[in-house]
Design a protein around this ligand. Structure first.
Ligand code: ATP
Length: 215
């Protein structure tokens, strides 16, 4: 099984990396592919350029084994739809079971994703806990029908995934890091300390990118 972790990474932070590595360990994944999007369909244009986001992500992940940065969404024209990304991964690796890892906040918005039900034709979904987003309020974010559709797929048992190729939703507790890219951007603009949330060399690079453009 391999993990697929998509995001805007604007910029990357430990709230992305530590939960992903915790999932890797819990599910014994052979690899995790971090996939930065080019044109995120559900949000504003990113603050950093695609090249900057990619460069920071590569630096932050460079010494971590069995983790790679997959640039296919950056190379593809048009909006970065995850269903298309999974389809292309599956074409490349037909024998591999894919686990798409998303945080609870992203799960709340899942039913607004392009062709979201088709995601389950290609992968299992692993939903990780995130501070401020309680699973108990999931039903408030979607129709009753979609809620039933999703809850029927849910499990809390890590071992429930491997016998099946696709279609389960694992709710997985991960280390809780109360941080977001939005918080990092705000702190950076206010010249506040972000040393807790990123490796030092990545912070230096981030400061060069942002100070250079006089943001
Ligand atoms: P922004 O503040 O710009 O919205 P973000 O910090 O939420 O960004 P994204 O790149 O949008 O980061 O998120 C990519 C994935 O990482 C999503 O699935 C999101 O749920 C997850 N994620 C981000 N931060 C955390 C965190 N602190 N804990 C757990 N998951 C997280």
């Amino acid at each position: 099984m391999i993990g697929v972790f998509g995001g805007t990474f604007d910029p990357v932070h430990y709230g992305h990396i530590k939960p992903a590595l915790s999932v890797k360990q819990a599910l014994n994944l052979a690899q995790i592919r971090f996939i930065p999007n080019k044109i995120p369909p559900h949000r504003e244009i990113p603050w950093l350029s695609s090249e900057q986001r990619l460069s920071l992500l590569k630096s932050a992940l460079q010494n971590i084994p069995d983790v790679c940065v997959d640039e296919r969404e950056l190379r593809r024209d048009g909006p970065s739809y995850m269903v298309e990304t999974l389809q292309s991964l599956k074409q490349e690796m037909p024998a591999e079971t894919l686990c798409l890892i998303i945080g609870m906040d992203a799960f709340f918005g899942l039913t607004r994703w392009y062709k979201w039900r088709s995601l389950f034709d290609f992968c299992h979904l692993v939903v990780t806990t995130r501070p401020g987003f309680d699973q108990a309020s999931l039903a408030e974010h979607m129709s009753d029908e979609d809620y039933v559709y999703l809850t029927q797929k849910m499990t809390q048992d890590v071992n429930a995934l491997s016998p099946l190729e696709t279609g389960k939703i694992l709710l997985q507790s991960v280390p809780q890091l109360d941080v977001s890219s939005t918080q990092i951007r705000t702190k950076l603009l206010n010249a506040e300390d972000i040393s807790q949330w990123l490796p030092d060399d990545v912070i230096q690079q981030l400061k060069r990118f942002t100070l250079d453009d006089n943001r």
